[in-house]
Design a protein around this ligand. Structure first.
Ligand SMILES: *[C@@H]1O[C@H](CO)[C@@H](O)[C@H](O)[C@H]1NC(C)=O
Length: 246
């Protein structure tokens, strides 16, 4: 009798794994459309810095990066006064750094390159360095992105144009942004759940196979997987607690 039970246990376990992995109808379609992941942030906002330093690097896992189109938009809570003067929540140092990062993104559009820089700046600022505005120069050395090109962009007025473009994009967000950072997955904001952006991207991704970052989320996030898990527990209960002895 015991060996029967273990046989059923193995069958049930196999079924659970098959159901949680493969039965989602979305996954049966094979499309390789990238998921748009856009991060609206401000350079000196602590919640944004923490997100950039500790959470966003998850996007760069080897098999996750190829399924997303990641964009960073350093502007979120800034606003424009008369004569196109930009005012930033955390003062002129933040406006300066937003502009510097806009230049870096524009000069090195490859997200692998400019994210290194942006990550380094955020790490330094979180670390509480004194002169926040000037610390980016050491970042450009470390990440080997020429600070001369960045300064040329800043001084030439390109930075201002880039900021105004971001301002316009940020202003037209629908729904409008509220919390920081504002993380949008295929045009849908994920509000305060931004630290879980990986599971939203996985859900939005129609292609197959899913990256390993998605399959490791089976038990932690997907609600449908939870329900399979409860069915499994119920069947286990029947198997081991049935008065008929199965
Ligand atoms: C501002 O953004 C809207 C919506 O994204 C776009 O249609 C429009 O062309 C933009 N205007 C400028 C001046 O960039």
């Amino acid at each position: 009798m015991a060996s029967h039970k273990f046989f059923f246990l193995i069958v049930l376990t196999a079924l659970l794994l098959i159901c949680t992995n493969a039965l989602s109808p979305k996954e049966l379609q094979c499309s390789s459309q990238k998921v748009h992941l856009t991060i609206y942030y401000d350079t000196l906002s602590p919640s944004c810095e923490e997100f950039i330093v500790f959470e966003l690097p998850k996007a760069f896992e080897l098999d996750f990066m190829p399924i997303i189109n990641l964009r960073l938009v350093p502007y979120e809570n800034a606003y424009i006064q008369e004569h196109d003067t930009i005012i930033c929540q955390n003062g002129p140092a933040e406006c300066y750094l937003n502009s510097i990062e806009a230049c870096v993104i524009n000069i090195w559009p490859d997200v692998n390159k400019h994210f290194n820089f942006i990550h380094y700046v955020a790490t330094q600022n979180l670390g509480g360095i004194q002169s926040k505005a000037n610390a980016w120069k050491s970042c450009s050395k470390i990440t080997r992105l020429s600070d001369k090109r960045v300064l040329d962009c800043y001084k030439s007025g390109s930075a201002k144009k880039l900021q105004l473009r971001y301002a316009n994009e940020t202003k037209h967000l629908d729904p409008p942004h509220t919390n920081m950072p504002w993380v949008v997955v295929n045009k849908r904001p994920i509000y305060y759940d931004y630290k879980n952006f990986v599971s939203y991207v996985c859900e939005a991704y129609q292609g197959h196979p899913k990256p390993s970052a998605c399959t490791s989320l089976i038990f932690s996030s997907a609600k449908k997987s939870n329900s399979w898990f409860y069915i499994y527990l119920f069947l286990l209960h029947l198997l081991f607690c049935s008065p008929l002895g199965f």
